[in-house]
Each structure stands twice: as structure tokens, then as C-alpha cells.
Write a protein that binds this ligand. Structure first.
Ligand code: NAD
Length: 354
């Protein structure tokens, strides 16, 4: 075995069904008395429920969390946190709301309790992506990592089937890239394979029966593991392409991950034969071929396969390829413009990966 470095995420995790009932105890345990509650406009009901669970003992509620954490929203929330003397933040929602919680927490030092309701995994990472004037920048700092995460499977029951599918594949992508990360290690690889296995077996059930609690529990468990992988090791081609498509072309986050993943793996496949083998073993119906296994899964999840279905124009493919190869980064296979352009064209057209 080769030597390696492993950094454990310091977060405290409470996992299960009905775990939201432990929120008040958690707030008391940390001696907090004035949390600022955060959500998107779509999750006002869930954030209002938190207020009730805390017997109204909160600093306030801010419900304007937005995808890609725009700076002007963060500044508005910071002003509100200050005016209400908040001593902590509690974010309930997906990566957008958790991103806002991180943005406030890292600027103020306020403790952050996360209650995730999607499978995106941001709660497990010391990473924060923010946008200003249409440009997305990402930073990595241990201070960004939330202190406590409460996973309550009951909150994920309302995640629509199609969003569950793409959010779940977004999580799988974290694990896939962790398996071939330059700074990967055996502990993270174990979590990555277990995470892919949990999601690949539970997501098809969720598509058929979104209220299947056992499948929902398994998916959330898988998402936790995949998020841990994202937070622990470096990501490569797949995440860079999705970052370009989201940041420069406003493509939706989870759906873009879902479309790009088989293409990115196919590009890297020649350089990672051992990973491809291990991945194939976790994907039902793969017949020993990880790309086939992923295609089978995506078909069962009934997800959209072409970037053009989300408004990317054919002429954008060239520019996306140029941006994607302009900043060098580590990847198991060298990044070359022509094959990357072809990868993006196939993803744009919705063709199968090869
Ligand atoms: P999201 O947070 O934008 O949520 C999408 C929509 O679904 C929102 O309207 C939200 O309110 C709603 N929603 C969430 N959970 C729901 C539920 N259980 N029931 C009903 N509706 C629900 O989507 P996301 O994919 O979770 O997050 C995407 C954002 O997170 C992007 O900005 C991305 O860059 C960021 N992200 C960051 C990291 C990181 O480590 N920094 C990791 C993953 C994602």
C-alpha cells in the first residue's frame, strides 16, 4: 500500500428519521440563543417549522438564498444578521442555502448548523463557491466547514423525483472523481464506493416510489458519504467542466453533473483501468463496464441527457471547450482541446458517452 494523508472532516453528524426533533437540544448544547434561519423562497414552510421547533427563540428568518451564492444576497443577509444580533446560522435546504450559511459563517465566525434536504453534499465540504458580476469563484478553507449537520430523511421526501435523480447523480460524481483523485486514499475510496452503491441501488426505487422511506434513507446516507469524498480530496475533469458550464453558461447545477458524468468518465477511462473495474462492480447491469452501468442507471432515472435541453447553444460548445482547457489542473488523462470539444459536443447533443 502506498503512503497517504487523510484529513477527517470535524463535523458532528446526526442522521436518521425524525432527527429534526434534536435541533433544539443541539442549539442548547452549543449554548446558542439567537440563530438566524436560512432558506430559499421555495422552502419557507420548512424554515417556519424550525422556528416553531425552537419555540420562536431565533434572531430572524432570511428566505432569499439563491443558486451560486451571489454576493449581493450574502451582503443583504449579513446586514440582517447584524441587525438582529444573530449568534449563529442554521441553513435548511440544498447547496444554495448551505452556501449562504457558509458565506455568512466564514465572514462572521458564527457557528453554522446545516440541515440538508438534497443530495448535493455541500454540508460536508470546506468549499464555498460565490458569484459576483456573473463570475463564480471557489475557495477552500477549513473555517467554511459547518460544525454540525442534521440529516433528517423525512425532509427529503418532498424532493421531486426528477430533482432527486439529478441531485443523486451529482453526489455519485463526487465519489467517482474521488476514486481517481491525485490525493486520494483508501479510506476515502471505501466511502466513495459505498456511496455510489447506496445511491445506485436507491435512486431507481425513488423514481418509481418517491415516498419509499427505506430508499430515501439509503440515498441520503449515500449522499453523506459522497459529500465527504468531495470535501476530502481534489476533483478533476468532471467537476471542472460542470463549473465552466454552470459559471459561464448558467447551466443548472445537478442536471449538468448528470449529463457530463458518463462523458467525463469515458474520457478518463484509458488512464484509470482499476477504478473503472471497481466502479463497474458497484453499478447494477454494468456487465463489467462502468460506462454501460452508468448509462443503464441514467436510463432508469429518466433524466435529460443533452445540454441543449437546458438552453446551451451549439455555438457555445467551442467557447466552453476553450474555457475548460484554459486553466491547467491535474487530471488522470492529459487535457486536450479536440477530445474535450468532442466530449462537450456529445453532451450537448445528448449522445451516449464513448
Ligand atoms: P438547490 O439548493 O439550489 O435546490 C434546488 C431547489 O430545490 C431550490 O428551490 C430548493 O429550495 C428546492 N429544494 C431543496 N430541497 C428540497 C426538498 N427536500 N423538497 C422540495 N424542494 C427542495 O440545489 P442543490 O443542487 O442542492 O445545490 C446547488 C448549489 O449548491 C449550487 O450553487 C452548487 O454550486 C452548490 N454546491 C456546493 C457544494 C460545495 O461543496 N460548496 C457542493 C454541492 C453543491
Amino acid at each position: 500500500m502506498e503512503s497517504f494523508e487523510y484529513n477527517a472532516a470535524p463535523a458532528r453528524v446526526i442522521f436518521g428519521s425524525g432527527t429534526l426533533s434534536k435541533l433544539a437540544d443541539e442549539v442548547e448544547r452549543q449554548k446558542l440563543s439567537a440563530p438566524l434561519l436560512l432558506s430559499t423562497p421555495q422552502q419557507v414552510d420548512q424554515v417556519t417549522d424550525l422556528k416553531d421547533r425552537l419555540n420562536g427563540k431565533i434572531a430572524g428568518i432570511f428566505t432569499e438564498a439563491t443558486m451560486h451564492t451571489p454576493l449581493e444576497i450574502t451582503e443583504k443577509a449579513l446586514d440582517y444578521a447584524k441587525s438582529t444580533n444573530a449568534d449563529s446560522v442554521i441553513s435548511i435546504g440544498g447547496g444554495s442555502t448551505i452556501g449562504l450559511g457558509k458565506a455568512i459563517s466564514v465572514r462572521t465566525g458564527l457557528p453554522h448548523i446545516c440541515i440538508p434536504t438534497t443530495y448535493a453534499g455541500s454540508e460536508m465540504t470546506p468549499i464555498l463557491g460565490e458569484t459576483q458580476n456573473g463570475r463564480k469563484t471557489t475557495r477552500n478553507d477549513p473555517k467554511i466547514l459547518p460544525g454540525t449537520v442534521i440529516y433528517d430523511v423525512d425532509l427529503t421526501m418532498t424532493l421531486p423525483a426528477s430533482m432527486s435523480a439529478s441531485s443523486g447523480v451529482n453526489a455519485i460524481a463526487h465519489s467517482v472523481e474521488a476514486l481517481y483523485a491525485r490525493n486520494g486514499n483508501p479510506i476515502i475510496s471505501l466511502l466513495a464506493l459505498e456511496g455510489v452503491k447506496a445511491l445506485a441501488s436507491s435512486l431507481p426505487t425513488i423514481i418509481e416510489s418517491p415516498l419509499d422511506k427505506e430508499a430515501r434513507q439509503l440515498a441520503l446516507y449515500g449522499a453523506w458519504l459522497c459529500g465527504t469524498c468531495l470535501g476530502a480530496v481534489g476533483m478533476s475533469l468532471h467537476h471542472k467542466l460542470c463549473h465552466t458550464l454552470g459559471g459561464s453558461f448558467n447551466m443548472p447545477h445537478a442536471e449538468t453533473h448528470t449529463i457530463i458524468l458518463p462523458h467525463a468518465i469515458a474520457y478518463n477511462a484509458p488512464a484509470i483501468p482499476e477504478v473503472m473495474k471497481r466502479l463497474a462492480e458497484t453499478l447494477p447491469g454494468s456487465d463489467g463496464d462502468a460506462i454501460k452501468g452508468l448509462n443503464v442507471l441514467l436510463k432508469r432515472l429518466k433524466v435529460k441527457r443533452g445540454l441543449r435541453e437546458f438552453g446551451l447553444k451549439e455555438e457555445d460548445v467551442d467557447e466552453a471547450a476553450t474555457i475548460a482547457v484554459s486553466n491547467p489542473y491535474w487530471n488522470p488523462r492529459a487535457i486536450e482541446r479536440d477530445p474535450i470539444r468532442e466530449l462537450l459536443r456529445r453532451a450537448w447533443a445528448g449522445e451516449d458517452a464513448k
